[in-house]
Design a protein around this ligand. Structure first.
Ligand code: GLV
Ligand code: MN
Ligand code: MN
Length: 417
């Protein structure tokens, strides 16, 4: 490893990085060591303010774009060079853990600070990005900030999306933008020289194999749908069962049909119904309306296409008493990351003598959209028993720091190309 790179890596401070996770985990803390920091909530705003305060303490430049993606930049020597970017997200699942997303943001900040303390110069600016609404737990779908930043989707596509309380994304976003202290404006679609995202693995492989670093090769494909079943609310005690249009009964039949559709002896297909809204949601009223989500994933392009295309016919066929509406909300093909970025990450892991392996990601990440516009890669670190999207999510300070060291080295190499 070059001396200046090693010097910057040596400034990565495990204690500082861990303490920042502790501070962030206080924002939206829930019982069981978890966090609930929904996108564009008051907790999200608080997390943004804390990150901005840390960035300003170093005199890094802070900017936001129209969907609230937050950027923290350390200048490079070439005023015309596009930034090398690194980051992840600060929002969480409703019952999420202390590491999913926030680790990639804090690792990027740690890398920026280490590089600053080492006094290293880079040709490209290095820019931390905290993407808005990666999780999609409040406003579906997921990875919205990066979809809009990269031009894959228009912001206007999302403004009317409502949360479970009926609040429109556009209103929550406007509050978030207004509440965040004055920042510079960042253009969407601005060119990026490269993007590297650090993240906990969210699976068990690294821990099982005693590896510290996962060099991520790509992300499996996924499709999301909202399924609405329109029935008729009726009295539970008086309406003959044969005369009902029971939306919940048909929703259950549809979900069972989708389980059959996605049955897979190799257990590679991932199929989830994780959200359901029942109206009027009363024990003695027949359900008049049900909305449920569908999330289906597979590493193979043709299989994602086939399964996704079969969702609506399967639902229509299963709903015997009600009408249905199936709305696709997300369709992301499997993506392969740039081999040169993977090589760069692997070189850093090897030079730092960290046990590592190449692996694909089962979870989706903003790196998926970034891979469409610039050379992209991801660094995984182990998490306890592979548990994620759960309050019990846990990771070791030394593994988080190891990932931040690899990130620092990779960013320095990419920013001096
Ligand atoms: C991101 O959290 C995903 O759903 O994979
Ligand atoms: Mn995540
Ligand atoms: Mn997540």
């Amino acid at each position: 490893m070059r001396e200046d790179v090693q010097n910057a890596v040596n400034h990565v401070d495990q204690h500082r990085l861990w303490q920042r996770h502790v501070e962030m985990a206080k924002i939206g803390a829930i019982p069981g060591s978890g966090v609930n920091r929904a996108a564009f909530s008051k907790e999200d705003i608080e997390a943004r303010k804390l990150l901005i305060s840390w960035a300003r303490a170093r005199n890094f430049t802070v900017a936001m774009d129209a969907i609230g993606n937050l950027f923290v930049r350390r200048a490079g020597t070439d005023a015309h060079a596009a930034p090398v970017m690194a980051g992840s997200h600060m929002d969480s699942q409703p019952r999420g853990g202390r590491f999913d997303g926030i680790y990639g943001v804090l690792a990027a900040l740690e890398a920026l600070e280490a590089i600053e303390e080492a006094g290293a110069t880079t040709r490209h600016p290095i820019e931390l990005v905290a993407w808005s609404n990666e999780e999609g737990g409040r406003f579906a779908p997921c990875t919205m900030g990066s979809a809009v930043y990269t031009g894959a989707k228009a912001l206007s596509d999302f403004l009317a999306v409502k949360d479970n309380e009926g609040i429109a994304l556009g209103d929550a976003l406007a509050e978030t933008l207004a509440a965040t202290p004055a920042t510079g404006k960042r253009e969407r679609n601005a060119p990026a020289a490269a993007y590297v995202e650090a993240h906990i693995e969210q699976g068990p492989l690294l821990e099982q194999e005693g590896k510290t670093i996962g060099v991520v090769t790509g992300i499996q494909g996924l499709r999301w749908f909202n399924v609405e079943v329109f029935g008729e609310s009726a009295h539970a005690g008086t309406t003959p069962v044969g005369a009902r249009k029971d939306a919940l009964r048909d929703a259950i039949a549809a979900i069972n049909a989708l389980h059959e559709l996605t049955r897979d002896a190799s257990d590679t297909v991932r199929f989830t119904v994780g959200r359901m809204l029942v109206t009027p949601n009363s024990p003695n009223s027949v359900a008049g309306h049900v909305l449920f989500s569908v999330d289906v994933r597979h590493p193979d392009l043709a299989t994602v296409a086939r399964l996704g295309d079969a969702v609506e016919p399967a639902v229509r066929n299963a709903a015997k008493h009600c009408s249905v509406k199936v709305t696709p909300t997300l369709h992301d093909d499997p993506c392969a990351f740039d081999p040169a970025v993977a090589d760069c990450i692997e070189r850093a892991a090897r030079a730092l003598e960290l046990p590592h392996r190449r692996m694909a990601s089962g979870a989706s990440h903003d790196a998926m959209y970034m891979s469409r516009v610039c050379p992209t890669g991801m660094i995984f670190v182990p998490c306890e028993s592979g548990i994620s999207h759960n309050e019990a999510e846990n990771a070791k300070p030394e593994d988080l720091a190891a990932g931040a060291r690899v990130l620092t080295a990779a960013l320095l190499e990419l920013a001096n190309r």
